[in-house]
Design a binder for this molecule. Sequence first.
Ligand code: MN
Length: 232
Amino acid sequence: MTFVFPPPPQASVAVAGSTSRFPVRRVFCVGRNYAAHAREMGKDPEREFPFFFMKPTDAVVDDGEMVTYPPRTSNFQYEAELVVAIGKEAIDTPVESALEHVWGYAIGNDLTRRDIQMEARDKGRPWDEGKAFDRSAVIGPLHPVSAVGHLSSGSISLNVNGDTKQDADLKDLIWSVPEIISILSHSFALKPGDIIMTGTPAGVGPLLPGDVCIVSIEGLGQLSTRVEKAKQ
Ligand code: MN
């Protein structure tokens, strides 16, 4: 087979302690998965069924990379998140065996054009422009389950220029990792390479050009991103 032009490179995420990379197939994101964050977004944190949105695979950005302040927003925000990578097909998978499908875990930063997202939300429109823009998914090196086990508790925090902005615990996830995988697998045939960003705790806020944003998750280390001024 030939292509009419060269196909784009395969999007991928780094793997801790390896030169091999994890090929990314899809990026799923969970909305409002910590009660205190649902409250700060003006929503009832009752355990309503989770909802999902997606980012394109080529939105993925590695640890330590610069992110240019994106266009069309004046409220560019960070969201610290635990990232789950799927390594084995999951279709109609029960909660009890869902973790068998996890390849590894990483730290993520779900970058958001909050003003555009809120306008879309309030008008009942899709979130894509607020959430799925270029370079909107910072994902650190994946740590294989064989090295770090499964994460159900432990500190998740974020600082901007050294000031702590988010400080929570993974045990406060409204929907746990196995529950999210099970629910998603009843709606999509999950395949190796699929990535899930599991939602952010309270304390979301803006990033400005020059800021350095660091996300930490106990057992996974740190994820660092510097925001660069847009070129005119
Ligand atoms: Mn998020």
